[in-house]
Structure formats: structure tokens, C-alpha cells
Design a protein around this ligand. Structure first.
Ligand code: PHE
Length: 418
């Protein structure tokens, strides 16, 4: 095992405060996955049954993996391939898989971020069509923030936007529950339907969770290196809590709204876009609320896409010694080129999503468990700081046995067709 070699040593490349570090990680975690993905997957997965499986996956896989990734970043540096190589020379490929998954996700995230911008602009009367145009705008805005760097760009942006998002969402939940007809939604969200306890709902909950926590994509390794002063247990819990709270708040707003508007909660990815305009039409000043809501989702998506672009850019910088600016320019061009096919056919998005979420992420995360649970030993406990020993032991047991077993269920069940 090699000595700890930190890739990022410039002061400007570290988070300034613990709050900034946690806000940036939570900013990465909270995004389209929470506000768009979670309510629609919950609606399709039988409501409460999905919620139970999701929380189980959070405790048994999400939190252990989050502590593992943050610790790997803290102990070995920012770029996932180099960090994994520092654990064992053969593990570099795992880091590369994570960066690839992150880049593929960035490509479709910029496409949907662009769609969101288009929708927001249309709501204020600016009608410029063409998915590629909006995709390029979203990618460039992301690139500019990444270019500004860790403190000036990522930390500042997340510190302000995260609390604003939680406050607006909480207000919207109160509003949707105050409407007649939202009672049915409570039964849907809080009564189990056992027919949904199956491998499909499980895979959907686990992949949603990993996507939502930004785990398996190298982001948390990269951010762990930037927040190197901290102990990693408390931030991991804070990030997981913030991410789950936002996802549940989003569902508590969208699902009752769907019932009130007589839209099936199982209608899938279009749920958010079907429900929001209808529900706001019941509110005085709705013309004003629709763009406010979608701009909020846009900013949440932006703090996520920024973290996604940081990962391949840092890898390029570290592996090729290119400057930050050149690396970011290359990633921007590649992102636009690879997201272009999605503008032509959404089948390409489905293929990207399948490769990244169902294969690369689950497989590479199994190795993250092996690295942290079996190979890092003292380095993992150093990174956790002064965590109570029972917590540390439980995390190690989960990482060594339980989390990898759960992760393997996803690729095995998709590849065998179950
Ligand atoms: N977690 C983000 C969301 O929920 C998406 C994301 C995935 C961000 C991977 C970074 C890395 O929208």
C-alpha cells in the first residue's frame, strides 16, 4: 500500500469551511434525482413499499458507501483512478469506471438540465426551441462554475442554494396537503402494498439511491479530498439526511398534487411536468410560481452537474498535467458531442442510463466496498475520525459483506432478466 499522496494541495482547491464542504456534497447529491426521479420512481414502485426499500438501502448500502468514498478521497486524493491506485495498483480501473459513469451521466444530465431551462424560459415567455441549444447553454453554465474553482464556484453556489431549496419545497408540501383530495395520497405513501416487494422495485430503489447520493460516480471521492480536514462520518450522515429529506419533501409535494389533479402517480418520468403546471393553476399568481419552481429545480440540477463535471476534469488534470482551464474545455466539448445523440433519440439516453446506473456504478461500488472494508484498514478508521467503535465496526461489517451482496443483485437481475 502506497503512502498517502494528495493530488490537490492548493488552498483554493479545498473547501473553506465544514459547512461549505457539507453543502457542496449535499448540493451534488440533491438534484434532478430527488425532485424529478424520486417521486416518479416512488409512484411506480407502489409508494410505501418503495420508500421502505429505499430507506433500507440507505442504511445498508448508501451510508457505508458514502463514508467509504469520502474516506478514500480524504486519504488518497481527488482523482478516483489515482486514489484507487494508491490503495492497490490494480484498482485504478475501478476509478476509471467511476469517472466514465460520471461522464456518461453528465451527458444526459446536461440534456435534461437544458430541457428544464427551456421549460423555465417558455414559462416566462421566452420561446427558443431546439434541445441542442439548451443542452449547450446548460453545459456552458456548468463549465463556467467548475472553472471558477472549488471555493469561488462550487462552495459559494451550494451554500446559498441548498437552504433556499429546502424552504421552498417545505412550503409547497404544506400547500399540496392543504388541498382537497390529498388524503388518498397519504394512504398511498404510508400503507405497504406487498406485491411491490420484488427485485424490480429493489433495483429501482437501490439505483435511485446511488444516483441520488452521487455515490459510485467518483464525486464523493473528489469532494472528500477537498474537505480533507474533516472527519468523514458526520458529513456522510448530514449529506444522506439532507438528500433524503429533499427527496421525501419532493414526493410529499408531487404525489398528493398528482392525486388532487387526478393524474396517476405511476405515470413515470413525465409526472413532475404533468403535475406542476396543473397544481399551480390552483394557486393565485401561478404564472409567477411555475418559473420560480422550475428555476429552483434548475439550480439544484446545476450544483449536481457542477460536481459531475469536476470529476472527469480533475482526472484529466491529474493524469495529463493539463491546466484546469484546458481540461474543462475538453470535457465541455466531449459532453456536448456525446449528449448530441440524445437530442436525436431518447433511446440513447436509456442506453447511457443502463450502462452507467445498472452496470458501471453497481460493479465499481462492489470494489469500493472491498477497498474500504478489506484493504484500507487503519486509513478508513483515520478518515472516520473519532467515530464510536461500534459504529465503525458496523460500517466495516456492512462494507465487507452486506453492501456488496446487495449491489450485486442489480446487475445479476438485469443480466439474467429477473
Ligand atoms: N445526485 C444527483 C441528483 O440526484 C445526480 C448526480 C449523480 C450528481 C452523480 C453527481 C454524480 O440529481
Amino acid at each position: 500500500m502506497r503512502s498517502n499522496k494528495k493530488a490537490i494541495d492548493r488552498k483554493a482547491d479545498k473547501f473553506r469551511t465544514s459547512y461549505g464542504f457539507i453543502a457542496a456534497c449535499a448540493g451534488s447529491a440533491v438534484g434532478l434525482g430527488n425532485i424529478w426521479g424520486f417521486p416518479s420512481r416512488l409512484g411506480r414502485g407502489g409508494g410505501f413499499s418503495f420508500l421502505i426499500l429505499y430507506i433500507l438501502c440507505l442504511a445498508l448500502a448508501g451510508i457505508p458507501l458514502l463514508t467509504a468514498e469520502l474516506s478514500i478521497g480524504k486519504q488518497y486524493g481527488a482523482s478516483p483512478p489515482a486514489a484507487f491506485r494508491a490503495i492497490h495498483p490494480r484498482l485504478g480501473l475501478i476509478g476509471l469506471m467511476q469517472v466514465l459513469a460520471c461522464f456518461i451521466t453528465l451527458c444526459y444530465y446536461c440534456y435534461f438540465g437544458g430541457k428544464l431551462l427551456e421549460y423555465t424560459a417558455a414559462a416566462v415567455g421566452l420561446k427558443l426551441s431546439g434541445p441542442l441549444l439548451w443542452d449547450i447553454i446548460f453545459t456552458l453554465v456548468t463549465g463556467i462554475i467548475v472553472f471558477l474553482g472549488v471555493q469561488a464556484g462550487i462552495e459559494r453556489c451550494s451554500r446559498i442554494l441548498m437552504p433556499v431549496l429546502v424552504i421552498i419545497l417545505a412550503g409547497l408540501c404544506v400547500f399540496s396537503f392543504s388541498l382537497d383530495g390529498s388524503r388518498e395520497a397519504l394512504a398511498f405513501m404510508f400503507k405497504p402494498d406487498f406485491t411491490f416487494f420484488n427485485a424490480d422495485t429493489f433495483s429501482s430503489a437501490l439505483t435511485q439511491l446511488l444516483f441520488s447520493l452521487s455515490v459510485g460516480y467518483g464525486c464523493m471521492i473528489t469532494f472528500g479530498a477537498y474537505g480533507a480536514k474533516n472527519s468523514m462520518l458526520k458529513p456522510a450522515i448530514a449529506i444522506a439526511a439532507a438528500d433524503t429529506i429533499v427527496a421525501v419533501l419532493a414526493a410529499l409535494f408531487i404525489i398528493p398534487s398528482a392525486f388532487v389533479c387526478r393524474i396517476s402517480p405511476a405515470s413515470g418520468p413525465t409526472l413532475l411536468f404533468d403535475v406542476v403546471p396543473l397544481i399551480f393553476s390552483r394557486l393565485t399568481g401561478s404564472q409567477f410560481m411555475i418559473p420560480v419552481f422550475f428555476s429552483m429545480v434548475f439550480f439544484a440540477a446545476l450544483t449536481s452537474s457542477v460536481s459531475m463535471m469536476e470529476v472527469p476534469a480533475v482526472m484529466l488534470m491529474q493524469e495529463t498535467k493539463l491546466s484546469r482551464k484546458s481540461s474543462i474545455n475538453i470535457i465541455i466539448i466531449l459532453t456536448i458531442l456525446c449528449s448530441f445523440p440524445i437530442c436525436i433519440s431518447l433511446r440513447v439516453f436509456e442506453a447511457y442510463e443502463f450502462i452507467s446506473q445498472y452496470l458501471l456504478i453497481c460493479i465499481s461500488s462492489v470494489f469500493t466496498c472491498i477497498a474500504a472494508g478489506w484493504m484500507m484498514k487503519k486509513d478508513y478508521s483515520t478518515a472516520l475520525g473519532n467515530a464510536p467503535s461500534v459504529v465503525e465496526k458496523s460500517l466495516v461489517i456492512l462494507l465487507c459483506f452486506v453492501t456488496p451482496a446487495l449491489l450485486l443483485i442489480v446487475p445479476v437481475s438485469v443480466l439474467t432478466g429477473h
